[in-house]
Design a protein. Structure first.
Length: 352
């Protein structure tokens, strides 16, 4: 549906491996003072300046993690960086460098990789991170992208999953479930397009959802805001797999229970409308959808005044003793255990 047929195709074999690496990376300028040596040597060199180095990596595989029939390559490059930066911010660290490794089949011309790297470059520019290395290899089929992100933080600022305490408030940034519904829309349009290639979908009513799926933003702004209002969360995690799965990680690592209130979960109006259209429960989507890349964290009750009324934050529950379990308090005021269902369970449910 998005494919642009008017493209020139330069075969990767015309450039050779080093020519390709040089071509793709020549415009990446170094921005971080901690980057001592970047692309071009056997390894990059980072000056940690007495701080702790935070590292996270992700591997994305065509057909498993992304579908190029509706994911433009520029967006894919951008999103590959976002999913990694999100993990660095979830540690309350500043993201400073990335490495990008790709495996490509000869199905991809140079122009396709230029698009991918344009997205990576945009992400690096907006989030002020340096591309300092990577690896380039061939694949027999499809595209693989692995991004590793590095970040720096003062030792006393690092926020793990294990610090939540009984009585802490459970807080989330932004809203949830929109990315999952964006994916449902894109997959539906893909099927329509297969049957009727000339159909022109009107995606305007779904613009926010599609943007959340194709161009997510890692919440660096939330990390900056928390610093500004002088809050250090007691624990934090980013929401990549769905709210319930992340809550369970926080509680298990912190050895606590939780009470999560269904009526407090922040949902965008477009997301609610589309859930009605798909006849799917919006709470289920928020709990199990994933790919929101929002931050979920706990704060001491004494910090409540600092976030009160701030539209970036929603208090969705509170931490309880471990023995009380992890529970969702529904709108009907019944208590049900929180289980990690993930998108697998969700996709089964939508099929019946
Ligand atoms: P080596 O033989 O030591 O693995 P390479 O020839 O693969 O080195 O890489 C040369 C330089 O280019 C290194 O600095 C490496 O980190 C960088 N590099 C390789 N592939 C990529 C890529 N896809 N994106 C960014 N940098 C890359
Ligand atoms: Mg190499």
């Amino acid at each position: 549906m998005f494919d642009n047929k008017d493209q020139s195709r330069t075969s990767l074999s015309e450039l050779g491996e080093f020519g390709l690496i040089n071509h793709l990376t020549k415009d990446f300028a170094v921005k971080q003072s901690s980057t001592v040596k970047s692309i071009g040597d056997d390894a990059a060199v980072i000056d940690t300046k007495g701080k702790q180095l935070v590292i996270s990596t992700d591997l994305l595989i065509e057909g498993v993690h992304f579908d190029l029939s509706f994911m433009p390559l520029k967006h894919l490059g951008y999103k590959s960086v976002m999913v990694n930066l999100s993990d660095i911010y979830a540690m309350n660290a500043e993201a400073t460098q990335i490495t990008v490794s790709i495996a490509v089949s000869n199905r991809f011309p140079l122009e396709a990789l230029e698009e991918l790297y344009a997205g990576i470059e945009l992400a690096c520019a907006i989030y002020n991170v340096d591309l300092v290395g990577g690896d380039t290899t061939s694949s027999t089929k499809g595209l693989l992208i692995s991004v590793t992100a590095l970040g720096l933080a003062d030792a006393d600022q690092i926020t793990g999953r294990d610090g939540a305490k009984d009585g802490d408030l459970l807080v989330v940034s932004g809203d949830l479930g929109a990315s999952y519904m964006g994916l449902q829309i894109l997959e539906r349009e893909k099927q329509v397009h297969k049957v009727n290639p000339n159909s022109q979908p009107d995606l305007e009513p779904y613009s926010y959802l599609i943007e959340r799926q194709l161009k997510p933003e890692a919440r660096r702004d939330i990390i900056d805001l928390l610093k500004k209002i002088e809050i250090k969360p007691t624990s934090m995690i980013d929401i990549s797999d769905g709210l319930s799965s992340e809550i369970i990680h926080l509680c298990k690592n912190s050895k606590t229970g939780v009470r999560l209130y269904e009526d407090k979960i922040p949902l965008d109006p477009q997301m609610i409308n589309v859930c009605e259209e798909f006849k799917i429960d919006s709470t289920t989507v928020a709990l199990s959808g994933g790919e929101d890349y929002e931050l979920l964290f706990t704060i001491a009750q004494t910090d409540y005044e600092k976030i009160k009324g701030n539209p970036n934050f929603t208090v969705i529950g509170h931490i309880t003793p471990e023995g009380d379990g992890m529970n969702l308090i529904t709108r009907a005021n019944t208590s049900i255990p929180i289980v990690a269902r993930g998108w697998n369970a969700l996709s089964n449910e939508t099929e019946d």
